[in-house]
Structure formats: C-alpha cells, structure tokens
Design a protein around this ligand. Structure first.
Ligand code: KIV
Ligand code: ZN
Length: 389
C-alpha cells in the first residue's frame, strides 16, 4: 500500500453516543464495537468509564471481545477518572487511556477558573498518571482550535515528554477554517521539538459543517490520526464523518495516504449504527445517504446512462451501497423514462416514448416521484389506445 497510513480512531461509542437519544446498552455497544473492528478501524473509543457504572461495564465487556483494534477509554485530567478508565480497560489486548484538559483561555478561565501555568502542570500530571497504567496514552488539548498556538505547542511538548504517544488537537467547537486548522497542525510539527515521538490526531466538530475538511487539512499538514464517527454522529452538529474521510483519502490517492478501512462495509455499518442508535441518516449524506447514488434530473440521468462516470465519482459497490438509482420525477427526461420502461420489460420505440413522455410529465407534476406501478398503468393505457379500446 503506497503512502502514509492514517489511523482511524472511531468515537461513535463515546462522542457519538453523547447525542441525546443515542444512548446504547452494553449489548448494543458490543455489537457496534465488533462491527467497527470488522470495518477495520484502528482504535475504538469505547466510552467514558467514570461517567456511569453502565458505561464502565460496556467498556470492560468490549475489551473482552475486541482482539485487533486498540480499545480506548476517556477520562478528564482527574486521578480518579484515570484509575477508573484503567480498571475498565484491564482486559484489553491494546488498551489506550485518553486523558486531557481544556487549553484555550476561554476554558482555562471560564471552566477551570485557573491560569495557563496551572493547566500545563495538570496536563503533565494526567499523562503521568495514565502512563503508570498503560503504555499507550493519548492526551487531548480540549478546545485546541481556539488555543493560542504558542501555548498549545508548550503543552504538547510537555505532555510528549511526560509519555503521551498520541496528541489530540480537538477543534471542540468546530470553529476553525480548514486553512487555520491545517496551519495549527503545521505549527506544532514545526515548533514542538519532540513531535516525532508522538502521533498528532485531528478531532473536529461540525458546528460550521467543516469537520471533514478540517480533518483532511490536518493530515495534509502532518497529523497521522483522524477521530471520527459513523454517519458523523456527535455532540451538537456532530463529529467528523468516518465514511467521508476514508473515501476522500481513497479517491484522492495522490494525497499519499491510506487507511485500513474495508470500504465495502461502510454502508452496512452505517445502517447498523443508524438503527441501533435510532438516528436516521439524512438522505443527502455523502457516501451513506439514500440519495448518495440517486439521479433525478434529466440532464444527469441522460449523462449517467451513457457513462456512469459523468455523474458518479464513486462506484456504489465500493462503499457497499445498494447501487445507483434513477429516480423518476418531473425533472426527469426521455432517456430515463425509456430506460425504466425497458427495465420493466416494455419494448417502446422513440415515437412511443415521445407520446408516453407527455403523459409521464403530467403524472410527475402531480407526484413527488413516479413509481413502477404508475408506469405499468401508463403502458396499459397506451396499448389500449393503440388498439382502439
Ligand atoms: O471535542 C472534544 O474536545 C472532545 C475531547 C474530550 C477529546 O471530545
Ligand atoms: Zn469531541
């Protein structure tokens, strides 16, 4: 596989599960964790063990069944949180503790009523505590998106020196523009002397619809891990969508990256997550929405039927989707109508289609979508008129 491997850190079971209405029980979490491992994710963030006995139990049970992926538990920069996370992870083949603290002045003053020096010490301390339990410690600098770069670089250098193996640079509020987020990662690559001792991770939220773009800007600037969720689920407007990042990396191989994701499983896993978390996927969602491979306007349908590449940059099979769809609406043209009649077994010539098309647009103007039953009815009437019934 050419290029640089980008680790996929899935947080559907932690940041995704924080969404109101998406809460999962242990059995559901285990089922999704197994599906994520089968999909090929490198790290599964299984939960926030201190948050509730139920979540502690889910994380622990997940560690018993996951054999290939790393299993990660979240904690705050609080000793008790870290101890409980370590306990929940004690059966994991590859345990990772994810610990950290807010580093922006807004968080330092507004949330902790503290100052930069105290927060720096707490950051170092939490990594040391976590390191006493596991080798693999990820540090998050919450609200890094709004943290001044110079201070962020000091914190990151210090936590790497304390033993962090992964440094997470979250755009917690989805505030950054792609070039700003990319520049932040580039700044850390350039200004943190020990940065080669850790992997930089992108964790972006979607408040301005930029989570995926920001994560891609991050890896272009040197990050080696993307934190994401299936269907982009997550706090408020969601997290970076796993399927979008993976397919951007695959489609744009000239970027020089690859992932371990089996892309044919993207749609099946998306459906499983949507059903289990009771959270429908918007129809126009990239890669996994029901309209992601649907063509409904005449211009597009005509081009697509002549050559699929004209209007599809991804083969639906490659992402495990049901296939391309030609949807008949009042905006459809004769090619699509002729194609559908042919699929239904009718042999109409050009003249027939011209006549039938007039009836079709009248029906289509009254309905949102013209279905096969409507076409059978039109064909029946057309034949009846032809033989003069
Ligand atoms: O968005 C965020 O900053 C987080 C951290 C806890 C990693 O989810
Ligand atoms: Zn988050």
């Amino acid at each position: 596989m050419p290029g640089k491997k980008i680790n996929i850190f899935d947080t559907t079971l932690r940041d995704g599960e924080q969404v109101p209405g998406c809460k999962l029980n242990t059995k559901e979490k285990i089922e999704l964790a197994l599906a994520l491992e089968d999909l090929g994710v490198d790290i599964i963030e299984a939960g926030f063990p201190i948050s509730s006995p139920g979540d502690f139990n889910s994380v622990r049970e997940i560690t018993k069944v996951i054999k290939n992926a790393s299993v990660c538990g979240l904690s705050r920069a609080v000793q008790k949180d870290i101890e409980v996370a370590a306990d929940a992870l004690k059966y994991a083949v590859r345990p990772r503790i994810h610990t950290g603290i807010g580093t922006s002045d807004i968080h330092i003053r507004g949330k902790f009523n503290s100052n930069r020096e105290e927060i720096l010490l707490r950051a170092i301390q939490c990594v040391k505590w976590a390191k006493s339990f596991v080798d693999d410690v990820e540090f998050y600098a919450e609200d890094a998106g709004r943290t001044e770069n110079e201070y962020l670089a000091r914190v990151i250098e210090a936590v790497i020196a304390a033993g962090a193996t992964v440094v997470n640079i979250p755009d917690t509020t989805g505030y950054c523009l792609p070039h700003q987020y990319g520049e932040k990662i580039a700044y850390l690559v350039k200004n943190v002397p020990n940065i080669d001792k850790a992997t930089i991770s992108c964790h972006c939220h979607n408040d301005l619809g930029l989570a995926t773009a920001n994560s891609i800007a991050g890896i272009i600037s040197g990050a080696g891990q993307i934190e994401c969720t299936i269907n982009g689920l997550g706090e408020r407007a969601g997290n970076t969508s796993l399927e979008e990042c993976v397919m951007i990396i695959k489609q744009h191989h000239s970027l020089g990256f690859y992932t371990n994701i089996n892309t044919q499983k993207l749609n099946p896993v998306s459906h499983l997550v949507s059903e289990t978390m009771r959270m429908p996927v918007q129809p126009n969602k990239a890669i996994v929405g029901s309209n992601a491979f649907a063509h409904s306007s005449g211009i597009h349908q005509d081009g697509f039927l002549k050559e699929a590449l004209t209007y599809e940059i991804i083969n639906p099979d490659e992402v495990g989707a049901d296939g391309s769809k030609i949807v008949l609406t009042a905006r459809s043209g004769r090619s699509a109508l002729a194609h559908r009649f042919q699929k239904l077994g009718y042999q109409f010539n050009r003249n027939d289609i011209d006549v039938l098309y007039q009836q079709f647009v009248e029906v289509a103007d009254k309905k949102k979508e013209v279905k096969d039953d409507d076409l059978h009815e039109m064909a029946k009437q057309y034949h009846a008129e032809e033989v003069g019934i």
